[in-house]
Write a protein that binds this ligand. Structure first.
Ligand code: NAP
Length: 322
């Protein structure tokens, strides 16, 4: 077993790598378990690895590609001495200090790493429809974030899939740019709140395709439409759109912490208001894993900074107390 570290950061999106930059610059020699490559956002670099142009991250007036932005974060963290390992944490034990983290076989009696403080930044993922070519079309007409990508669809006809508050919020936002927004919903009743429903029904650019499921994405290198099926009549048709926004919910990557940290029913970690403190002292959560409201790269980076500063202060207080 390795020595006890000051801090281990689990996850390497904007939150985790910002925490790495700050803790490294505070001489805490952070170890970052960045995850392993996969086709989902649950991978090194997080959700921005699945995006193309990022135009709303301050400091890049011409925009920057998501993977390039994350590579910059990573290089900056490494420059200040963060140790970054391309592995996934397979188990944690937050019941006793120092905290234990396993990599690989979780049944190994001895943990792989131990640390006085843990910063959790494992992110969240958009729930997708699970249709063929979904990952390759992201950034090519397919998106999960209207705030990020709406601007690219000026005067386009687009579809939003889902019937909850997120879908209607996305549709409403997109109606500022698009010539028409079609909300494709699998039932004839919306899950969304009344205020969002009313707002959408009153928006002349928003139309609804009820009782309809998406069966496939049309277009070779970019979306040119959706193959849709009416679940009541079984009628299959095509919806000509050049943009598709999936808004059927998000899943935070918190399986590792079930039973150990307080979380909402939705699985998001609970942090004390205005801080990144979880209900276990010395364990901090930042970025989308604890944010079901903003979910932006810049807010994640900001909370990564908070997490690092709070971890640093907490470590100092422990040191002073001993
Ligand atoms: P949600 O409320 O769970 O709604 C998900 C929607 O996607 C539902 O309409 C669901 O259909 C549909 N759906 C789920 N899986 C699907 C699939 N495989 N294929 C097709 N459709 C599918 O999720 P959300 O809209 O992301 O909202 C999450 C929480 O955040 C909610 O509590 C919401 O109120 C809140 N929120 C609030 C605001 C706001 O107040 N401004 C904005 C966004 C989110 P069914 O209805 O048939 O199940």
């Amino acid at each position: 077993m390795s020595d006890i570290r000051d801090v281990i950061i689990i996850g390497s999106g904007p939150a985790g790598l910002t925490a790495a930059i700050y803790t490294a610059r505070a001489n805490l020699s952070p170890l970052v378990l960045e995850g392993e490559p996969s086709s989902t956002s649950d991978q090194p670099g997080g959700q921005l690895m699945l995006t193309t142009d990022v135009e709303n991250f301050p400091g890049f007036p011409e925009g920057i590609m998501g993977p390039e932005l994350m590579m910059n974060f990573r290089t900056q963290a490494a420059r200040f001495g963060a140790e970054i390992q391309t592995v996934k944490a397979s188990k944690v034990d937050l019941s006793a200090r120092p905290y234990s983290v396993w990599v690989g076989d979780p049944d190994t009696p001895e943990p792989t790493h131990r640390a006085h403080a843990i910063i959790i930044s494992t992110g969240a993922q958009s729930i997708m429809l699970g249709l063929p070519r979904e990952n390759e079309l992201i950034g090519h007409g397919l998106s999960t974030c209207a705030t990020c990508d709406g601007f690219f669809f000026r005067d386009h006809e687009i579809a939003v899939v889902g019937g909850g508050d997120s879908a209607l919020e996305e549709a409403h936002f997109l109606s500022r740019f698009a010539s028409k927004v079609t909300v494709v919903h699998r039932r004839d009743e919306l899950r969304a709140s009344k205020i969002m429903r009313d707002r959408s029904f009153n928006n002349p650019k928003i139309e609804f395709l009820w009782d309809t499921v998406v069966e496939g994405y049309l277009g070779d290198s970019a979306i040119s439409g959706l193959a849709v099926r009416n679940v009541k009549t079984d009628e299959v048709s095509e919806l000509a759109v050049t943009g598709v926004f999936i808004a059927i919910g998000h899943k935070p990557n918190t399986d590792l912490f079930k039973g150990q940290l307080a979380m909402k029913d939705s699985g998001y970690l609970i942090t004390r208001t205005g801080t990144t403190s979880t209900d276990v002292e010395g364990v901090f959560a930042c970025g989308d894993v604890q944010d079901d409201l903003y979910r932006q790269a810049i807010t994640a980076a900001g909370s990564g900074c908070q997490g690092a500063l709070e971890a640093e202060r907490w470590l100092e207080s422990q040191h002073d107390a001993s």
